[in-house]
Design a protein around this ligand. Structure first.
Ligand code: SF4
Ligand code: SF4
Length: 90
């Protein structure tokens, strides 16, 4: 799967302004393909639940490209919100 133009733009943007959120939607089927491809170990399982440790994420988008359900989105956020280390499933 190729990245959408929007994802490509966000990836470039995140290199410059590396504040981000990683969201895993309810479309997730727990196939764990994203966990296998994540190069930094940012995606992990806790009590059977898929979680992302945002500080470890380098916005490589491997998980976004790999997810068969298109369940993962990465977005920049401006820091006015409190930074969260672990983004729960939504
Ligand atoms: S690859 Fe997609 S569907 Fe599979 S576990 Fe990750 S988020 Fe869920
Ligand atoms: S974008 Fe890359 S580093 Fe971040 S969670 Fe996905 S695979 Fe891991």
């Amino acid at each position: 799967m190729e990245l959408s133009e929007e994802d490509q733009a966000t990836r470039v943007f995140l290199r410059i302004f590396p504040k981000k959120r990683v969201r895993i939607s309810t479309k997730c089927t727990n196939c764990l393909k994203c966990l296998e491809v994540c190069p930094t170990g940012a995606i992990y399982l806790k009590n059977g639940k898929l979680l992302v440790e945002v500080k470890k994420c380098v916005a490589c988008y491997a998980c976004v490209i790999t997810c068969p359900e298109k369940a993962i989105t990465i977005e920049w956020f401006d820091g006015r919100l409190e930074e969260v280390e672990v983004e729960d499933n939504i």
